[in-house]
Design a binder for this molecule. Sequence first.
Ligand SMILES: Nc1ncnc2c1ncn2[C@@H]1O[C@H](COP(=O)(O)OP(=O)(O)OP(=O)(O)O)[C@@H](O)[C@H]1O
Ligand SMILES: [Mg+2]
Length: 235
Amino acid sequence: MSKPRLQIKDLQVAYGQSTILKGIDLSVPANELVCLMGRNGVGKTTTLKTILGLLSQTAGSIDMDGECIDSLATAERVRGGIAYVPQGRDIFPNLTVWENLQVSIVVKGKAARQHLDRVFDLFPVLKEMLKRKGGVLSGGQQQQLAIGRALLLDPKLLILDEPTEGIQPSIIDQIEDTLLALKAEKRMSILLVEQYVDFAKSVGDHFCIMEKGSVVKTGTIGELDEGTVAEFLTV
Ligand SMILES: Nc1ncnc2c1ncn2[C@@H]1O[C@H](COP(=O)(O)OP(=O)(O)OP(=O)(O)O)[C@@H](O)[C@H]1O
Ligand SMILES: [Mg+2]
Protein backbone atom coordinates (compact mmCIF):
# COMPACT_ATOMS: atom_id res chain seq x y z
CA MET A 1 0.00 0.00 0.00
CA SER A 2 1.30 3.45 -0.87
CA LYS A 3 1.56 6.06 1.86
CA PRO A 4 -1.50 8.27 2.29
CA ARG A 5 -1.18 11.77 0.88
CA LEU A 6 -2.08 13.23 4.29
CA GLN A 7 -1.73 11.38 7.57
CA ILE A 8 -2.61 13.02 10.87
CA LYS A 9 -1.96 11.23 14.13
CA ASP A 10 -3.12 12.21 17.62
CA LEU A 11 -3.32 15.91 16.70
CA GLN A 12 -3.95 18.18 19.67
CA VAL A 13 -4.53 21.94 19.56
CA ALA A 14 -5.44 24.48 22.22
CA TYR A 15 -6.64 28.08 22.15
CA GLY A 16 -5.02 29.42 25.30
CA GLN A 17 -6.09 27.24 28.19
CA SER A 18 -8.89 25.44 26.34
CA THR A 19 -8.06 22.29 24.40
CA ILE A 20 -9.95 22.31 21.10
CA LEU A 21 -8.58 19.22 19.33
CA LYS A 22 -8.17 16.26 21.66
CA GLY A 23 -6.21 13.84 19.50
CA ILE A 24 -7.39 13.72 15.88
CA ASP A 25 -6.48 10.82 13.58
CA LEU A 26 -7.24 11.47 9.94
CA SER A 27 -5.96 10.03 6.70
CA VAL A 28 -6.49 11.23 3.11
CA PRO A 29 -5.42 8.68 0.48
CA ALA A 30 -3.74 9.79 -2.74
CA ASN A 31 -6.22 11.15 -5.29
CA GLU A 32 -9.28 10.50 -3.14
CA LEU A 33 -11.75 12.84 -1.46
CA VAL A 34 -12.41 12.76 2.27
CA CYS A 35 -15.34 14.66 3.78
CA LEU A 36 -14.67 16.03 7.25
CA MET A 37 -18.04 16.45 8.91
CA GLY A 38 -19.62 17.35 12.22
CA ARG A 39 -21.88 19.90 13.83
CA ASN A 40 -20.93 23.55 14.40
CA GLY A 41 -17.98 24.21 16.68
CA VAL A 42 -16.61 20.64 16.84
CA GLY A 43 -13.18 21.66 15.50
CA LYS A 44 -13.30 21.16 11.72
CA THR A 45 -11.83 24.55 10.79
CA THR A 46 -9.29 24.27 13.60
CA THR A 47 -8.13 20.96 12.09
CA LEU A 48 -7.72 22.52 8.64
CA LYS A 49 -5.86 25.59 9.95
CA THR A 50 -3.48 23.32 11.82
CA ILE A 51 -2.76 21.31 8.66
CA LEU A 52 -1.82 24.62 7.01
CA GLY A 53 0.36 25.61 9.96
CA LEU A 54 -1.83 28.63 10.73
CA LEU A 55 -2.32 27.22 14.24
CA SER A 56 0.31 25.25 16.10
CA GLN A 57 -0.29 21.84 17.54
CA THR A 58 0.50 20.91 21.14
CA ALA A 59 0.91 17.22 20.28
CA GLY A 60 0.64 14.78 17.41
CA SER A 61 2.03 14.69 13.89
CA ILE A 62 1.10 15.68 10.34
CA ASP A 63 2.69 13.83 7.41
CA MET A 64 2.43 14.51 3.68
CA ASP A 65 3.40 11.54 1.47
CA GLY A 66 5.18 10.03 4.45
CA GLU A 67 7.20 13.15 5.33
CA CYS A 68 6.58 14.99 8.59
CA ILE A 69 5.62 18.63 7.91
CA ASP A 70 5.21 19.73 11.54
CA SER A 71 8.19 22.08 11.50
CA LEU A 72 7.31 23.77 8.18
CA ALA A 73 5.93 27.31 8.00
CA THR A 74 2.62 27.85 6.20
CA ALA A 75 4.32 29.22 3.07
CA GLU A 76 6.49 26.09 2.85
CA ARG A 77 3.45 23.85 3.22
CA VAL A 78 1.73 25.73 0.40
CA ARG A 79 4.84 25.48 -1.77
CA GLY A 80 4.92 21.80 -0.88
CA GLY A 81 1.52 21.31 -2.48
CA ILE A 82 -1.22 22.15 0.02
CA ALA A 83 -3.82 24.66 -1.20
CA TYR A 84 -6.49 26.06 1.10
CA VAL A 85 -9.89 27.55 0.36
CA PRO A 86 -10.91 29.00 3.72
CA GLN A 87 -14.38 29.15 5.21
CA GLY A 88 -16.03 32.38 4.07
CA ARG A 89 -13.83 32.38 0.94
CA ASP A 90 -11.43 35.16 1.91
CA ILE A 91 -10.70 36.61 -1.48
CA PHE A 92 -9.30 40.16 -1.65
CA PRO A 93 -12.39 42.36 -2.18
CA ASN A 94 -10.43 45.41 -3.34
CA LEU A 95 -8.34 43.53 -5.87
CA THR A 96 -9.69 42.60 -9.28
CA VAL A 97 -10.40 38.99 -10.18
CA TRP A 98 -7.19 38.96 -12.21
CA GLU A 99 -5.18 40.38 -9.31
CA ASN A 100 -6.67 37.80 -6.95
CA LEU A 101 -5.50 35.06 -9.31
CA GLN A 102 -2.08 36.73 -9.54
CA VAL A 103 -1.57 35.95 -5.86
CA SER A 104 -1.17 32.29 -6.76
CA ILE A 105 1.07 33.14 -9.69
CA VAL A 106 3.32 35.04 -7.29
CA VAL A 107 3.48 32.02 -4.95
CA LYS A 108 3.86 29.35 -7.60
CA GLY A 109 5.76 31.33 -10.24
CA LYS A 110 5.19 31.02 -13.96
CA ALA A 111 4.18 27.39 -13.57
CA ALA A 112 0.81 28.65 -12.33
CA ARG A 113 0.09 30.32 -15.70
CA GLN A 114 -0.26 27.02 -17.47
CA HIS A 115 -3.21 26.20 -15.22
CA LEU A 116 -5.13 29.39 -16.04
CA ASP A 117 -6.94 27.83 -18.99
CA ARG A 118 -8.05 24.92 -16.89
CA VAL A 119 -9.43 27.29 -14.24
CA PHE A 120 -11.25 29.34 -16.89
CA ASP A 121 -12.68 26.12 -18.36
CA LEU A 122 -13.99 25.12 -14.96
CA PHE A 123 -15.27 28.60 -14.08
CA PRO A 124 -15.93 30.59 -17.29
CA VAL A 125 -17.47 33.42 -15.27
CA LEU A 126 -14.02 34.31 -13.91
CA LYS A 127 -12.70 34.95 -17.40
CA GLU A 128 -15.63 37.27 -18.10
CA MET A 129 -15.04 39.21 -14.90
CA LEU A 130 -11.26 39.56 -14.81
CA LYS A 131 -11.36 43.34 -14.38
CA ARG A 132 -14.09 43.41 -11.74
CA LYS A 133 -13.26 43.91 -8.09
CA GLY A 134 -13.56 40.69 -6.07
CA GLY A 135 -15.90 42.41 -3.63
CA VAL A 136 -18.61 43.04 -6.25
CA LEU A 137 -18.89 39.36 -7.23
CA SER A 138 -21.75 37.27 -5.87
CA GLY A 139 -20.98 34.84 -3.06
CA GLY A 140 -20.94 31.96 -5.51
CA GLN A 141 -18.61 33.79 -7.89
CA GLN A 142 -16.28 34.63 -5.00
CA GLN A 143 -16.24 30.96 -4.05
CA GLN A 144 -15.33 30.03 -7.62
CA LEU A 145 -12.57 32.63 -7.53
CA ALA A 146 -11.24 31.22 -4.25
CA ILE A 147 -11.25 27.68 -5.66
CA GLY A 148 -9.74 28.84 -8.96
CA ARG A 149 -6.97 30.64 -7.11
CA ALA A 150 -6.21 27.45 -5.18
CA LEU A 151 -6.19 25.34 -8.34
CA LEU A 152 -3.57 27.58 -9.98
CA LEU A 153 -1.18 26.16 -7.39
CA ASP A 154 -1.74 22.70 -8.92
CA PRO A 155 -1.89 21.27 -5.39
CA LYS A 156 -1.27 17.71 -4.27
CA LEU A 157 -3.82 18.31 -1.53
CA LEU A 158 -6.75 20.70 -1.96
CA ILE A 159 -8.43 21.69 1.30
CA LEU A 160 -11.88 23.30 1.17
CA ASP A 161 -13.79 24.60 4.20
CA GLU A 162 -17.55 24.56 3.57
CA PRO A 163 -17.47 25.79 -0.04
CA THR A 164 -21.26 25.44 -0.33
CA GLU A 165 -22.08 27.49 2.77
CA GLY A 166 -24.44 30.33 1.85
CA ILE A 167 -24.15 29.68 -1.88
CA GLN A 168 -27.06 29.56 -4.33
CA PRO A 169 -28.05 26.08 -5.60
CA SER A 170 -26.94 26.58 -9.22
CA ILE A 171 -23.40 27.41 -8.08
CA ILE A 172 -23.42 24.52 -5.61
CA ASP A 173 -24.10 22.27 -8.61
CA GLN A 174 -21.14 23.82 -10.43
CA ILE A 175 -18.86 23.30 -7.45
CA GLU A 176 -20.03 19.69 -7.26
CA ASP A 177 -19.25 19.20 -10.96
CA THR A 178 -15.84 20.80 -10.42
CA LEU A 179 -14.95 18.47 -7.58
CA LEU A 180 -16.07 15.47 -9.61
CA ALA A 181 -13.99 16.67 -12.57
CA LEU A 182 -10.94 17.15 -10.35
CA LYS A 183 -11.40 13.67 -8.91
CA ALA A 184 -11.60 12.18 -12.39
CA GLU A 185 -8.23 13.76 -13.24
CA LYS A 186 -6.64 11.78 -10.37
CA ARG A 187 -4.01 14.47 -9.81
CA MET A 188 -4.86 15.62 -6.30
CA SER A 189 -6.32 14.56 -2.99
CA ILE A 190 -9.15 16.62 -1.55
CA LEU A 191 -10.09 17.24 2.07
CA LEU A 192 -13.54 18.82 2.16
CA VAL A 193 -15.40 20.15 5.18
CA GLU A 194 -19.06 19.84 4.26
CA GLN A 195 -22.34 20.08 6.15
CA TYR A 196 -24.67 18.96 3.33
CA VAL A 197 -24.91 15.19 3.47
CA ASP A 198 -26.16 14.82 -0.10
CA PHE A 199 -23.24 16.87 -1.42
CA ALA A 200 -20.80 14.81 0.64
CA LYS A 201 -22.30 11.58 -0.67
CA SER A 202 -22.09 12.78 -4.25
CA VAL A 203 -18.43 13.79 -4.22
CA GLY A 204 -16.87 11.86 -1.31
CA ASP A 205 -14.95 8.59 -1.14
CA HIS A 206 -14.63 8.55 2.66
CA PHE A 207 -16.08 10.43 5.61
CA CYS A 208 -14.69 11.41 8.97
CA ILE A 209 -17.05 12.76 11.63
CA MET A 210 -15.90 14.90 14.55
CA GLU A 211 -17.60 15.70 17.83
CA LYS A 212 -16.18 18.02 20.49
CA GLY A 213 -12.61 17.91 19.22
CA SER A 214 -12.45 14.17 18.59
CA VAL A 215 -13.06 11.88 15.63
CA VAL A 216 -16.06 9.73 16.46
CA LYS A 217 -16.72 7.87 13.22
CA THR A 218 -14.98 7.19 9.90
CA GLY A 219 -15.85 5.05 6.92
CA THR A 220 -16.36 4.83 3.21
CA ILE A 221 -19.00 7.26 1.99
CA GLY A 222 -21.42 4.38 1.37
CA GLU A 223 -21.34 3.70 5.12
CA LEU A 224 -22.67 7.18 5.88
CA ASP A 225 -26.14 5.90 6.71
CA GLU A 226 -29.21 7.57 8.15
CA GLY A 227 -28.45 6.45 11.68
CA THR A 228 -25.00 8.02 11.57
CA VAL A 229 -26.39 11.23 10.11
CA ALA A 230 -29.06 11.43 12.82
CA GLU A 231 -26.61 10.70 15.61
CA PHE A 232 -23.74 12.99 14.65
CA LEU A 233 -24.85 15.49 12.02
CA THR A 234 -28.52 16.45 12.26
CA VAL A 235 -28.98 19.64 14.20
N1 LIG B 1 -9.75 32.14 17.92
C1 LIG B 1 -10.38 31.34 18.80
N2 LIG B 1 -10.19 31.49 20.13
C2 LIG B 1 -10.81 30.68 21.02
N3 LIG B 1 -11.64 29.69 20.69
C3 LIG B 1 -11.87 29.49 19.39
C4 LIG B 1 -11.27 30.31 18.37
N4 LIG B 1 -11.68 29.87 17.15
C5 LIG B 1 -12.53 28.84 17.40
N5 LIG B 1 -12.64 28.61 18.73
C6 LIG B 1 -13.45 27.55 19.36
O1 LIG B 1 -12.93 26.31 18.95
C7 LIG B 1 -13.97 25.37 18.73
C8 LIG B 1 -13.85 24.78 17.36
O2 LIG B 1 -14.04 25.81 16.40
P1 LIG B 1 -13.96 25.51 14.83
O3 LIG B 1 -14.05 26.83 14.15
O4 LIG B 1 -12.78 24.67 14.55
O5 LIG B 1 -15.29 24.67 14.61
P2 LIG B 1 -15.98 24.18 13.27
O6 LIG B 1 -16.23 22.71 13.43
O7 LIG B 1 -15.22 24.62 12.09
O8 LIG B 1 -17.39 24.92 13.34
P3 LIG B 1 -18.33 25.53 12.16
O9 LIG B 1 -19.12 24.39 11.62
O10 LIG B 1 -19.22 26.49 12.87
O11 LIG B 1 -17.46 26.19 11.15
C9 LIG B 1 -15.28 26.13 18.97
O12 LIG B 1 -15.74 25.80 20.26
C10 LIG B 1 -14.88 27.57 18.87
O13 LIG B 1 -15.69 28.34 19.74
MG1 LIG C 1 -15.63 25.89 10.54
